[in-house]
Design a binder for this molecule. Sequence first.
Ligand SMILES: [Zn+2]
Length: 344
Amino acid sequence: MFQISWPAASTYRVHEGTVLPATGASPNPRFRKIERCNWARLAGVHQRVLEGYKDGKLSSKAEGLLLDWCGEWGLWGLFLEEFVEVRLPGLYEQRQTNPEAEPGETTHYTVMPVQTIYRRETGRWIAVERNEQATYWYLGNVGVPHYDPDAQVAAAEDYEDNEGELVPDADWRSLALLRRLGSERIEGANLDDLRAFFPTLPANAPIPEPLSPEFWQHYGESVSSWLRAATWMLEALKEAKAGSKQRLEALSSNGQLRWIGAGRKSGTVEWAAASTMSAMAFGALLELQAGKVRVCQHCKGPFLAKGKITGTRKWCSTLCFQTGNKRKQRQAKKRKKKRAVPAT
Ligand SMILES: [Zn+2]
């Protein structure tokens, strides 16, 4: 059966309109196995959160439902879906000018502009260091230097007084690149806008590397962005059910197969997704293929058929079944009455 692992805090809270890990929630988010999304429940939670969200405030009932949902699924990971690249502000730092020096060879250091860049790759993020003469690609703990020995490195005295300071040149400024859900174009954004996703991060701390424990410790989503993502997911599923699967496909392109397990032989291959959104999209595509996604006859919301008993079910919930049935009974009564009226 389809499963996906996704980090989520143990509990969440709402603080100034943002859902974030509860105080005291484990700073190392646990990876949860996500099996199948209860779409009917998502539709219900979405509807009631929408109704209970007025002027930037949530009713306590809506808040409870939202926190229950997040406690099970974690947040959407909207940041991870929409942002493509984040460049932190460039700083003057000390770096080795001959990183390819052989053991025993003299190493030289100088102060130069250095910038950290986070970049999204399929199913993961990488951190890249860019400096005046080299770009280092850090893949896990292995640094693979792309080093240009002919690069013009400024003499130390040009920068050394500025060590630790911001590089003022436009070329080294901070910048975030994002592609909003459904958009075809990449936009630039200010790093300050991006801080809304990290409400508990101290003002002078840099944006943490995506998917790092620190990232998860501070990552939050505003109620309005949670709602935007939920609307998007539900619409994507309805569209896919109606025949056009582009939206779901776009979300599921952000995942990869990964080998889970330490041994050479023991282990399993599992889908790893970059966000809850892409995990759900993966699941939904598989459920669609299996013909298990249904649309409720009463509320028109999507739901999953499961098992034999509910295999032919036409309603997403008992409530819809009852309301739908009552309406049917009423209509049947009306028809009966009409028929009972003698023709004149
Ligand atoms: Zn329904």
